[in-house]
Design a protein around this ligand. Structure first.
Ligand SMILES: Nc1nc2c(ncn2[C@@H]2O[C@H](COP(=O)(O)OP(=O)(O)OP(=O)(O)O)[C@@H](O)[C@H]2O)c(=O)[nH]1
Length: 377
């Protein structure tokens, strides 16, 4: 991970969600609303002729398609080429939206913005937005590992098609989402009707908000601390490979991360009406140091962590106070790929503190905490 400035990079929104959830509906909304901005749209149709292209409206926007191969390998190459082409014409648009296929794992798409130096200098991953189908999500969480990953991965989740379910069922499905990803902002929508500033240009993944609300949700459940990152010993690793290739394709992506849908034994707890589901295959850990960290300790620690544990981290993010640094260090990771920026200065009203959150599988909270605390300045 290297240090760079975030300021004038083009924001990129990665749009994901299961088949039929409403991604195209959202995209059309973004492109037709009068916002005075120009978006370049990259549509990834997984191994088929892109019909989404025809469905996307908006005369001014340019739509690029990527049609070939596994998103994790060949498509990353395609994406880099398209992005580099776009960057050469910088100034013609304000932001980039990448719509991923309903089946794609968003990780390799998100990682592209950290991995490729040229792309990373000019574009920044703004947020991963997942559209979830209120009617079908609960079923898909049982039978489609991709659906769960997309929820776990998200910064913003549109819980769409609210017109198709009862208020009770909506509560249920939102509680399931929260059990997988307590950090995403969940917005209930019909036909993806949402103020665009809720999904676009969130900046650093809405990190302030995430880290501010953070343990409040989790700690509502005082009787059971282990959902912070309890390591469950009975995961079924069926090793099903949902990609066309084996683990040695060299793309650095985790091809064996799909637990095989045996996760229907989530625990539900109820506290004052707020139902809690703890997803057994997806956990989150939030860590805080009430002060500065030493970058000379932190950087080697996270880089090492990325190598050794990165497979299990879907997303990790943080805001850190580095010793003798007036600016906040904002950091994000997708599996073993990391990115960090020195951003705005800490304001006089803010207490300098350092926070990290992890969303992933088999997180060893005690070990992560110990490692992070050893980085204190
Ligand atoms: N009832 C209802 N239908 C919706 C809503 N939002 C979208 N739809 C419909 O759901 C269908 C799928 O929506 P799309 O936007 O094409 O979904 P998608 O995620 O792009 O689908 P794929 O490209 O197949 O992955 C369309 O017929 C939409 O009109 C909603 O809030 N309520």
């Amino acid at each position: 991970m290297s240090l760079s400035e975030a300021s004038d990079k083009t924001p990129v929104t990665v749009l994901t969600g299961y088949l039929g959830a409403g991604k195209t509906t959202l995209l059309n909304r973004i492109l037709t609303e009068s916002h005075g901005k120009k978006y370049a749209v990259i549509v990834n149709e997984f191994g088929e002729i892109g019909i989404d292209n025809d469905l996307v409206v908006g005369a001014d926007e340019e739509v690029f398609e990527m049609n070939n191969g596994c998103v994790c390998c060949t498509v990353r190459g395609d994406l880099i080429r398209i992005l580099e082409g776009l960057m050469k014409r910088k100034g013609k648009f304000d932001a980039i939206i990448v719509e991923t296929t309903g089946l794609a794992d968003p990780a390799p798409v998100a990682q592209t913005f950290f991995i490729d130096e040229e792309v990373g200098r000019k574009a920044r991953l703004d947020a991963v937005v997942t559209v979830a189908d209120a009617k079908w999500l609960t079923d898909r969480l049982k039978d489609a590992p991709e659906a769960k990953n997309q929820i776990a991965f998200a910064d913003v989740i549109l819980l769409n098609k609210t017109d198709l379910v009862s208020a009770h069922d909506l509560e249920e499905v939102e509680a399931r989402i929260r059990g997988i990803n307590p950090y995403a902002r969940v917005i209930r929508t019909e036909k993806c009707k949402v103020p665009l500033d809720a999904v676009l240009d969130k900046g650093a993944f809405d990190l302030d908000r995430i880290l501010a609300i953070e343990p409040a949700f989790l700690e509502a459940d005082e009787h059971d601390h282990d959902h912070h990152g309890h390591v469950h010993g009975h995961h079924d690793h069926h090793g099903h490979d949902h990609h066309e290739h084996g683990p040695d394709c060299g793309c650095g992506h985790d091809h064996h991360h799909d637990h095989h849908g045996h996760d229907d034994h989530d625990h539900a707890h109820s506290h004052g009406g707020l139902k809690h589901y703890h997803d057994e295959t997806m956990q989150s850990v939030a860590l805080e140091i009430p002060g500065d960290v030493d970058p000379n300790k932190f950087m080697p620690w996270v880089n090492d962590l990325a190598q050794t544990e990165g497979q299990n981290f879907l997303r990790w993010k943080g805001i850190l106070a580095f010793k003798n640094e007036p600016r906040r260090f904002v950091f994000q990771g997708v599996h073993m790929i990391l990115d960090g920026d020195l951003q705005r200065e800490w304001t006089p009203e803010e207490t300098r503190r350092s926070k990290l959150v992890f969303i992933g599988k088999e997180l060893d909270e005690a070990k992560l905490r110990q490692g992070f605390e050893a980085c204190a300045a």
